[in-house]
Design a protein around this ligand. Structure first.
Ligand SMILES: Cc1cc2nc3c(=O)[nH]c(=O)nc-3n(C[C@H](O)[C@H](O)[C@H](O)COP(=O)(O)O)c2cc1C
Length: 187
């Protein structure tokens, strides 16, 4: 009986050791949460990821702001997509080399990433990092939002994690989904 108790205690101690090791690993990974958001939905998810991971937040912003009116914004976005534009951005992540994991968030614009997100992705060397997309949409779902993201990193030394998708109307109730997605990434 004594032997059994001792063995159980040993197994329990091993479990504690293993989970501490995992927590240590997650704590040591330096996380950046970069996002583009025109009407605020993607920003809600970005802030949630930041609160779960303890990472730094960076807003991807075009130097030339998008029109505040929806129709005008969609037209500008469409033109940029059709011309494969790379709009100039405000600001830069000066310490990108420090990050191990970079979450990149954006709304679905015309079935894919807004073009400033491509400017952002092409501005840095992500070799050796894990990049993870997250996207909000207005009913169209994923479309090419994640496949186009993955294409940017084909033949590079970055690892692309599974993306998180959320409709714009349900970002405020996505807390637990965000938490379990981040857990499933095993960072
Ligand atoms: C320019 C533009 C294009 C859009 N295109 C799509 C689309 O193709 N499919 C879709 O489901 N939603 C589309 N939407 C809706 C947004 O993806 C959705 O509202 C998103 O949650 C907005 O995120 P944000 O508040 O972070 O900007 C579009 C919105 C805009 C402004």
């Amino acid at each position: 009986m004594k032997k059994l108790i001792l063995v159980s205690a040993f197994v329990a101690a091993l479990g504690t050791f293993a989970s501490e090791g995992h927590a240590q690993q997650a704590k040591d990974a330096k996380v950046l949460v970069a996002y583009f958001s025109w009407s605020g939905n993607t920003k809600v998810i970005a802030e949630e990821i930041r609160s779960v991971t303890g990472g730094d937040l960076f807003e991807i912003k075009a130097q030339n702001p998008y029109p505040e009116e929806y129709q005008a914004c969609t037209e500008k976005a469409k033109q940029e997509k059709e011309s494969n534009a790379r709009p100039a951005l405000t600001g830069k992540v000066v310490n990108m080399a420090d990050y191990d994991v970079v979450f990149v968030g954006y709304p679905n614009w015309w079935g894919t990433m807004p073009m400033p997100v491509l400017t952002f992705l092409e501005s840095y060397d992500f070799a050796g990092k894990t990049v993870v997309p997250f996207c909000t949409h207005g009913g169209g779902g994923e479309q090419n939002c994640f496949s186009d993201f993955r294409k940017v990193f084909a033949n590079t030394k970055a690892t692309v994690g599974d993306g998180f998708l959320c409709s714009g109307g349900s970002v405020s109730s996505a807390k637990s989904r965000v938490a379990s997605w981040i857990k499933s990434l095993g960072l």
